[in-house]
Design a binder for this molecule. Structure first.
Ligand SMILES: [Zn+2]
Length: 156
């Protein structure tokens, strides 16, 4: 417990790494790192226990790229087809936003813009920045790419 300025005690939150614990991703059991054998198996379910999710930054990068790739057509391709007395029309998200804006429903247009365009774009930026700042990512992937680039530039 830590003393707060007002005299209230607040619990100190410690990470599992500080406590020497790892979590079995199969059954959820918290296992002491010291008790793990060489094979690193969970005592309850015998699942393999890893300190980190293998290739987690690489998988995050792959999901980020996939999200960016699908973000463009998701906003540019038609999401709705309407058929009425005056004909048929396809509507995209961006087209719908403009249509709501022009008709005076700026609040609905703004809501759709934030939910469909701004929030996903902000998430791409945030995840990209987190990936770049991740020690595992900068330590392995970027240094290996930099190493390869410098090696190839030296060979030319
Ligand atoms: Zn387990």
């Amino acid at each position: 417990m830590v003393d707060c300025p007002r005299g209230q005690d607040m619990p100190v939150l410690r990470q599992s790494f500080e406590l020497g614990l790892v979590l079995c991703r199969t059954c959820g059991l918290a296992v002491s790192r010291a008790s793990l054998g060489v094979d690193r198996r969970c005592p309850r379910c015998q699942g393999r226990i890893e300190q980190r999710t293998p290739f987690s930054t690489e998988m995050t990068l792959a999901w980020l790229i996939a999200g960016i790739v699908f973000y463009v057509p998701a906003n540019l391709l038609p999401v709705m087809h309407t058929r009425g007395l005056l004909g048929e029309a396809d509507s995209t998200i961006l087209g719908g936003i403009l249509e709501f804006w022009r008709s005076g429903d700026w609040d609905i247009a703004l809501l759709i813009f934030i939910a469909s365009v701004a929030v996903p774009f902000t998430k791409f930026i945030a995840i990209g920045l987190l990936l770049i700042s991740a020690p595992h990512f900068t330590g392995s992937w970027s240094s290996s790419v930099i190493g390869r680039c410098s090696t190839s530039s030296l060979s030319h």
